[in-house]
Ligand binder design. Sequence first.
Ligand SMILES: [Zn+2]
Length: 299
Amino acid sequence: MPETVTQCPLCASGRSLPFDRSEFHGRLVENRLCRDCGLVFQSPRMTEAESAAFYADEYRLFQEGSADPTARNVNAQKRRAGTLHDFVRATIPSIARHLDIGCSLGILLQHFQTEYRNQAVGVEPGEAHRVQARKDGLAVYSSLGELEQAGEARFGLVSMSHVLEHLPDPVGYLTHLRECVLTPDGWLLLEVPNLYAHDSFEVAHLLAFSPHTLREALRRSGFTVVKFEQHGRPNSQILPLYLTALCCPAPQPDASTTLSASLSPVRPERWVALKRRIGMFWRCILARLFPQRAWLVQG
Ligand SMILES: [Zn+2]
């Protein structure tokens, strides 16, 4: 049975309003708006156990029409790997160890390995994709817990491309990455759909980030944003479909307090519903005026 979310996943407030009801592949998806911080989150949503079963068996079938890797999926991952490398190349000169969470077939890992000659490790809950990535010679675990039990050393780069919006506790997860998985001078690279341009409301998306709420989730997790961009690559030249952020751990305040304890409360965002309406309206206008630049035809 789905669970009702009683606390905002970003600020823990109990005050929320209905925000959106959409149908996605025949399932009703309901999202709420936190009245205190402005985060949009799905409620009711799958329980943790339902989520684990969903990602192990159904997710790829549901999302891509096949549980096994498809040529279309491979091409999409190759294009996205190129855009993410372009995003970081001027800032990150070298990497010793790279962890990609939600690595799918490992295409991003392989792309970065070619560029940086680094060790590459992945986490992928979908069995068919994990097995294929392992056949290609990559070390891939089924979960972050399994990776940590294996005693893997820390990583200088952790990437999460279109993963954070699937997690029930984004701040807890990112804080854990900073404290236990990333090296103190490491990099976190992540990309999520943009609430103000992307359809966003899918059954597996527990959260829908705006630029503001993504920055606040990162700040509350103890990260400093070094580079942040709204863009459409590789699918659009002009629609800001995605939010991409490159971050590093924020400086430690002093020895007597933890970084998490020193952070100020979540700063609220206002007019979220209006911004969503304007953003989606603007997307329609741009797609009408410049159809070929709005949605790039991919081979
Ligand atoms: Zn909130």
